[in-house]
Design a protein around this ligand. Structure first.
Ligand SMILES: C[S@@+](CC[C@H](N)C(=O)[O-])C[C@H]1O[C@@H](n2cnc3c(N)ncnc32)[C@H](O)[C@@H]1O
Length: 288
């Protein structure tokens, strides 16, 4: 087994609490240095608290959010007066960029299963921008927490047809297939009839399935019925779906795929025209 695979395997064998603690301690020296040298931002947590993706400097973290905003403008025509739902809002990476884009008619709602992240967002962005709301939902996810509620029984706490745009960056890469199917149905309820959704996934097809099952990093070696897992024990660590399976799952929830845009995570030679690492799926309510 390659060194990175061994390390990843060890990392996922730890509990979510242990992972939070190790990250905090590992980044403590640079976090102290950033604080002393004033390289902080009121809405960006210290690196040791960034549990979503790779911890970055405040400047880079803000750049990542701005890149997400550009993608949303380009793919779902995000507008300053949209009513946005951000599922898996994390520690506000996308929300920070949206504070500079939404006008007073636009609204942002985000929810997440990690309380620390939601509290962080509410204490910063949520306090300064009344049209930004973050909700904590105590749902179990074996990568992030030890809460008890099941995602498959969770009803999104918003009225029907509330949102013109629903977004999720790197959420459906960390949920199980039945949970995603249920979230698709909930999305169908709260999305406006003319609304659009943007979500990222890890997707494959028959041409690249064997490559993604054994590539050097970000491999999905464990084959299940219609999807593949990166780790057999921490099921939410990362999941990849066959493209056709996602289309079927959307259809079951009365949604339809508008577009799939390949990311560069599965490039054999990096294609510089691709902007996003993960694959993007744009979808909407099924036209009757
Ligand atoms: C990789 S992070 C991405 C966070 C954020 N979207 C971003 O781009 O920075 C995935 C997020 O999804 C959240 N999450 C996991 N399972 C969830 C669920 N069932 N419902 C809502 N959020 C969930 C995690 O807590 C985490 O914050």
């Amino acid at each position: 087994m390659k060194k990175t695979k061994k390390l990843r395997s060890f990392w996922y064998s730890l509990s979510s609490r242990q992972r939070f603690l190790i990250r905090r301690l590992y980044y403590l020296p640079i976090d102290i240095f950033d604080k002393i040298t004033g390289k902080t931002h009121p809405y960006v947590p210290a690196r040791g608290f960034i549990y979503t993706g790779s911890p970055a400097s405040a400047k880079n973290y803000i750049q990542q959010g701005l890149k997400q905003l550009d993608l949303l403008k380009e793919t779902i025509n995000l507008q300053p007066n949209d009513a946005i739902l951000d599922i898996g809002s994390g520690i506000g990476r996308t929300a920070i960029a949206l504070t500079g884009y939404l006008n007073q008619n636009g609204t942002y709602d985000g929810f997440d299963v990690v309380k620390k992240g939601v509290d962080w967002c509410n204490n910063g962005i949520g306090t300064d921008f009344p049209n930004f709301n973050f909700k904590y939902v105590p749902i179990f996810n074996d990568l992030y927490n030890t809460s008890s509620l099941k995602a498959t029984g969770f009803q999104f706490p918003y009225p029907k047809n509330s949102f013109s745009k629903i977004i999720s960056f790197s959420l459906f890469t960390h949920m199980q297939a039945d949970e995603i199917q249920h979230y698709f149905s909930e999305i169908e309820k709260v999305l406006k009839p003319e609304g659009l959704c943007f979500s990222t996934f890890f997707l494959y097809d028959s041409e690249n399935e064997s490559f993604i099952s054994e590539k050097a990093t970000m491999a999905f070696p464990y084959k299940k019925d219609n999807y593949r897992l990166m780790h057999n024990n921490v099921k939410s660590s990362n999941i990849a779906f066959h493209k056709n399976e996602i289309k079927l799952m959307l259809k079951k929830a009365n949604l339809e795929c508008v577009k799939m845009i390949d990311g560069f995570w599965k490039d054999t030679i990096r294609d510089a025209s691709k902007k996003e690492y993960q694959d993007i799926v744009i979808f909407k309510k099924l036209s009757i």
